[in-house]
Design a protein around this ligand. Structure first.
Ligand code: ZN
Ligand code: ZN
Length: 397
């Protein structure tokens, strides 16, 4: 089969690899019909996630048709059409039983690597480093899906792939980001980053009762989606004289947003002195992540407000204004998404027409175009807002 492989920092290539096989009795093999590139794949591409190995297959947003079924799989049969969540979960451990699927105790075969870094291991993830399981990803023609009765959700309707594909990650991730804010009717929510997760966080905040959502970004195409499709008030932080924390105070009657969502994560952009400091520290391996947005969100949130962090962080952050968070009594929620908990509810929203998640797709490509598109998106060229791949076509004009 063809697959998009990570070959080192800044390098992705399409290779012909061996087809996946059933290894465990609860596996299925999926023939992938659509897959996508996620913003967090760019952290892998840029080489900031440790324990990647040359040849690893990328991709954790995919759907397809069940091709082969392991002997202990009960809910799926050959021919079923499913969307697969990016977090792998056993369904029976303490955490899965508590709907905390992204902290599953049984799905990371390399748990010892994560335990050394984090104390305990989160769940395994598709296509996201050996520390998080070393599972082959889904930017490929086929993939092995473990614990197949727990993750994949069946699509019984004839909704096109593009409308349901983002149940695999970015829609539930944006929804959980808003859910972590415990939004009360009429609340004001500020969202940093109008990439895919940020856009779904905005839409989800309104679905959960927010009165006003303020979105912060610098790219016109993303700000436009935030405004026109999601109904946000926008701040372009690259404009002269814009000081984000002050702008948010002005837009909230001097109080500050009730909740702040950092949908940017470890590779925040900033031309300021502290932004430069982060770049230098990261290059010198003095810190692993550039937490510019996180600092700003802590500073901006109102007293006793909530900070929600769907943006990915990997390691150690410096110069954190933790005293601000402490003295203002800020509540925090973060982490990978408890996908299996949210997927059924969000599929219903799509079926009922409450949201059409395909609104943010800007590029539809074949698999041979994927390596180049990693660069294009990383370099913020060609107005990319979301890339969907048909792995059975080489090139889509
Ligand atoms: Zn993702
Ligand atoms: Zn589990």
């Amino acid at each position: 089969m063809k697959a998009v492989c990570w070959m080192g920092a800044g390098k992705a290539e399409v290779h012909t690899t061996s087809d996946p096989q059933i290894i465990n009795p609860k596996d299925v093999i999926l023939r992938i019909t659509r897959t996508a590139i996620c913003g967090s794949d760019l952290h892998l591409f840029d080489g900031y996630i440790p324990t990647m190995e040359a040849g690893d297959i990328l991709g954790h947003e995919f759907m397809g048709i069940v091709e082969e079924v392991g002997p202990e799989v009960k809910k799926l049969k050959r021919g079923d059409r499913v969307v697969v969540p990016f977090t792998i979960a056993c369904g029976s451990c303490l955490f899965c039983k508590s709907n905390q699927f992204s902290c599953c105790d049984n799905s990371n075969p390399n748990a010892h690597l994560a335990e050394a870094a984090y104390g305990y291991s989160p769940s395994g993830l598709f296509g996201f480093s050996h520390m998080l399981g070393g599972y082959a990803g889904g930017q490929a023609q086929y993939v092995r899906v473990p614990f197949a009765d727990v993750g994949p959700i069946k699509i019984e309707s004839d909704l096109p792939d593009e409308k349901v594909l983002f149940l695999s990650d970015i829609f539930p991730t944006g929804y959980q980001a808003a859910d972590n804010c415990n939004i009360q009717p009429g609340d004001t929510v500020a969202v940093w980053g109008c990439g895919p997760v940020g856009l779904f966080a905005i839409a989800s905040a309104y679905l959960q009762g927010a009165g006003k959502v303020i979105a912060i970004d610098r790219f016109p195409e993303r700000l436009e989606l935030a405004r026109k499709y999601c109904g946000a008030t926008t701040i372009d932080y690259s404009e002269d004289d814009v000081i984000v924390v002050e702008a948010l105070r002005d837009l909230t009657g001097g109080v500050g947003p009730d909740s702040c969502i950092d949908a940017v994560g470890m590779e925040a952009h900033s031309d300021t002195a502290i932004g430069l400091y982060d770049k230098v520290e990261q290059a010198l391996m003095m810190e692993t992540d550039r937490p510019f947005v996180l600092r700003q969100a802590i500073q901006a949130v109102r007293k006793c407000g909530t900070l929600s962090i769907p943006g990915v962080y990997g390691g150690v952050l410096n110069k954190m204004n933790f005293g601000a968070a402490f003295n203002k009594g800020v509540k925090m929620g973060m982490g990978q998404t408890h996908m299996q908990f949210y997927m059924p509810k969000l599929l219903k929203f799509i079926e009922e027409g409450k949201i059409d998640p395909s609104f943010l797709i800007s590029h539809r490509i074949g698999i041979e175009q994927a390596p180049e598109m990693y660069k294009t998106w990383r370099d913020k060229q060609d107005r990319v807002t979301k890339i969907v791949i048909d792995p059975w076509q080489d090139v889509i004009a």
